[in-house]
Write a protein that binds this ligand. Structure first.
Ligand code: SF4
Length: 334
């Protein structure tokens, strides 16, 4: 069967006063029903733009997006409407994403009533209650009359998750959904999201800059590491995190502090330069070359490395890693 969502050679260029910004470059990825894909990388690497393209919120400058095998660009209005219902976003900021003058019941019941899923106020109340229970906000009837300012950050984010579930989505996109929460609250919200992912059998695109969170949430799924608009490494989440191959993924992992607070100390990421190059003035060849500890003059600064298979299920965009894989296998990777 066709994947739920498939991006093929998608690029996005934003035209700004400072020049063209190629925010996403030649990205291909897919997510099936019940699958999870973690998109990771530093801020500005293109992960949010990629997710917005997947959700149909931004049309790509080039490439195609297919939902259930149908090209978004060719969808008639009925199909498009269906698609919009099927994809829901959970944003980073629970403070900004909820209407401050709407009660929690108002927030949850509005889409239920608008889409004819609740025929009466009483039915909307029952369904809203069930939604809050799903996200572990109990007793739900105590929360329904409240307003966002009466809730904590974690509770608001749970309401935002509940709202994203109102229309029974097929694909959920969580964009740094826990990064603004206190660490103590974050774990609880992550646990709820993980349970929902398993229960609901929806496809999930989970965006985070935090690899420890990707490892926790992305168990059994795939991970795509992005750098300056491109995917530089792709594979099984645990395998990539436990055994990274691309020098950038290695540096990202080295920068993650130990989970044990007693072990926390500054890590040497091995990067040659701390400055991230600008998207308006991309380095030649491999965009990572000004920072890369494996940099090799000649090819790294002149030739763009494309994603290639370096072992079963693992793709890496790096001349040196591809060459090492070739050497080990005795044959060229695909
Ligand atoms: Fe580093 Fe060269 Fe590989 Fe780019 S292609 S990641 S510069 S070794």
């Amino acid at each position: 069967p066709a994947p739920l969502i498939a991006l093929r050679d998608v690029s996005q260029v934003f035209h700004t006063k400072r020049g063209d910004v190629p925010a996403v470059r030649d990205v291909s990825l897919s997510v099936g029903a019940g699958d999870v894909l973690c998109l990771v990388g530093e801020s500005g690497c293109g992960k949010t733009t990629t997710a917005r393209i997947a959700a149909g919120l931004t049309a790509p400058s080039a490439g195609t997006v297919e939902f259930d095998g149908v090209d978004l660009a060719s969808m008639d209005s009925r199909r498009r409407h269906e698609f919009r219902r099927s994809v829901q976003f959970v944003h980073q900021d629970p403070y900004a994403s909820l209407n401050p003058i709407r009660s929690i019941f108002g927030t949850l019941s509005a889409p239920l009533r608008r889409h004819g899923l609740a025929k009466s106020k009483a039915q909307a109340w029952e369904q809203s209650k069930e939604l809050l229970e799903r996200v572990d906000l109990t007793p739900a009837e105590n929360f329904l009359p409240k307003y966002p300012h009466q809730l904590s950050g974690g509770q608001r984010q749970r309401v935002a998750v509940a709202r994203s579930l109102t229309l029974s989505p097929k694909l959920m996109i969580a964009d740094e959904a826990t990064s603004m929460l206190d660490v103590s609250i974050r774990v609880g919200v992550l646990r709820t999201l993980t349970r929902l992912r398993k229960e609901l059998d929806v496809g999930f695109i989970f965006i985070t800059h935090d690899l420890a969170i990707a490892r926790y949430f992305g168990t059994g799924g795939k991970i795509a590491v992005m750098y300056l608009g491109r995917i530089v490494e792709y594979g099984d989440t645990h395998e990539v995190i436990d055994n990274p191959r691309h020098p950038y993924t290695k540096a990202l992992l080295a920068a993650v502090p130990e989970i044990d607070p007693d072990q926390r100390h500054a890590h040497d990421t091995g990067l040659r330069s701390v400055d991230i190059p600008s998207l308006t003035d991309l380095p030649s060849g491999c965009s990572f070359h000004p920072r890369c500890p494996l940099y090799r003059e000649g090819d790294c600064d002149s030739e763009l490395p494309l994603l290639s298979s370096v072992e079963s299920g693992r793709e890496v965009a790096c001349h040196v890693v591809a060459e090492q894989a070739e050497h080990v296998d005795g044959e060229a990777p695909r």
